[in-house]
Design a protein around this ligand. Structure first.
Ligand code: GDP
Length: 443
């Protein structure tokens, strides 16, 4: 099908209420919205810390926690109870690790937050990438206990921090966790803060966008409740984690940009409608009756009904998670990772793109898998155009180097096997043989 031809056809059904969606949104928008990703080495205490946050904010009740505690004790892992707040699947529980992004929401007086939980296990990097591609900021959890910080730095701590930075995340909050295991030592906290700051600056984070919080997720010190431990309060009177989270700048929602949704899930044979999709609206807005264009299949369909956060709704805007009940389309044209846009300002399928990427492994002209959120496709690095300065982003060194070394920033041209809907400022990840080799931004 031809994109131009689909544009002129009808763009809205008669069933539409023809709302001014942006006006409707202004009437109800009260709070700032923020999404964040949680990163750090396996066992740093990410799940426990987030479970503690949700528990102390009363998002989960005492009965649920008690039930988790009983289940956990039966398995001989009582300390996992808090972590299970985030990991609802039984498979995850019996393994004791988080294996997929569990999306959880909570609110303070100022902000509605969504936690895009990122597991620490090496194999789970693709899930973390999906999280990082939607994050407004990152929370890096560091295990301060003796030896653990050092092995974490050699492990996933650095890789995760580089990954989120190269995906365009500029603000990072560091939870210096398990600090009670070193008797709330200020010396230990300072040593960790200095080393991590130095590393984060070299990765391109600006000092004003880095904050450190001494805390204990397990005991709940400085998460929501301000710690009363004299050994800590004698030298620290700064923010708790939740106070720091609340300092998030209002996210400028891309409301007036063209509509873009990546399909996260597809449901067939539902009661409401035989074909429904869900995903987060990345930019723009929509309403019941609107025409949509699916890419890469270039098919037109219509929104028969929709839900926002599982509640029926007439409209939705950027930042919201929606389920769309679609009509006029054969399910064979849709798959997870596909893009939905409006026919009047469509996203175009492209065969080649330029990107500014941070290398984790050596890059040469080579075959690669391209990930953009849940969209996966294959291609090859056709050209390494130049190396770039990590801080200024300016061209550094000679043109067209033959190789990019791990840790270097470079501009590359990627050729895709089949055309895919990609456009700036999308965040992309390049993988090869199951390992992340580079990540960055489309140009
Ligand atoms: P994740 O892999 O980063 O999600 O880590 P978990 O939340 O599963 O925690 C790993 C282990 O560290 C568990 O045994 C937790 O009980 C323990 N843990 C987490 N937070 C703390 C803390 O603040 N203090 C102490 N002493 N242990 C903690």
């Amino acid at each position: 099908a031809n994109v131009e031809a689909l544009k002129v056809d009808d763009t809205r059904r008669a069933t539409s209420k023809n709302l001014d969606v942006l006006k409707e949104f202004e009437k109800v928008a009260k709070k700032n919205e923020a999404n964040f990703v949680v990163i750090g080495h396996v066992d740093a205490g990410k799940s426990t810390l987030m479970g503690r946050l949700l528990y102390d904010l009363k998002v989960v009740d005492q009965r649920t926690i008690d039930r988790y505690r009983r289940d956990a004790e039966k398995m001989g892992k009582s300390s996992f109870a808090l972590a299970w707040v985030l990991d609802q699947g039984t498979e995850e529980r019996s393994r004791g690790v988080t294996i997929d992004i569990a999306v959880n929401k909570f609110s303070t007086d100022k902000t509605n937050f969504t936690i895009l939980d990122a597991p620490g296990h090496q194999d789970f990097i693709p899930n973390m990438i999906a999280g990082a591609s939607q994050a407004d900021f990152a929370v890096l959890v560091i295990d301060a206990s003796t030896g653990a910080f050092e092995s974490g730095l050699r492990g996933q701590t650095k890789e995760h921090a580089l990954l989120v930075r190269s995906m365009g995340v500029s603000r990072i909050i560091i939870a210096v966790n398990k600090l009670e295991t070193v008797s709330w030592s200020q010396e230990r906290f300072d040593e960790i803060s200095q080393q991590v700051s130095a590393f984060l600056s070299s990765a391109g984070f600006q000092p004003k966008n880095i904050a450190f919080i001494p805390c204990s997720g397990l005991h709940g010190d400085n998460i929501v409740r301000r710690s009363t431990e004299p050994a800590l309060t004698s030298w620290y009177s700064g923010s708790t984690l939740v106070e720091e989270l609340d300092k998030s700048e209002p996210v400028t929602r891309a409301l007036d940009k063209p509509l873009r949704i990546t399909i996260g899930d597809i449901f067939r044979g539902g009661v409401q409608n035989p074909l429904s999709v869900s995903g987060r609206i990345e930019s723009g807005s929509l309403q019941v009756g609107d025409a949509l264009l699916t890419q890469p299949a270039t098919q037109k369909c219509f929104i028969k009904a929709l839900e926002v956060d599982s509640e029926p709704a007439d409209w939705a805007v950027a930042g919201q998670n929606v389920t769309l009940h679609l009509s006029d389309i054969d399910p064979i044209h849709l798959k997870i990772g596909d893009l939905l846009c409006s026919p009047s300002s469509p996203i175009i399928n492209i065969k080649e793109f330029k990107a500014k990427v941070l290398a984790f492994e050596f890059l040469t002209p080579m075959q690669i898998d391209v990930h953009r959120g849940r969209l996966h496709t294959t291609g090859k690095i056709r050209e390494i155009s130049s190396l770039l300065d990590k801080v200024t982003g300016a061209t550094a060194g000679k043109k067209r180097p033959r190789i990019v070394k791990p840790g270097q920033l470079a501009r590359v041209i990627v050729e895709l096997e089949t055309a895919a809907p990609l456009e700036p400022p999308g965040r992309v990840v390049l993988r090869s043989n199951g390992a992340t080799v580079a990540a960055g931004l489309l140009e």
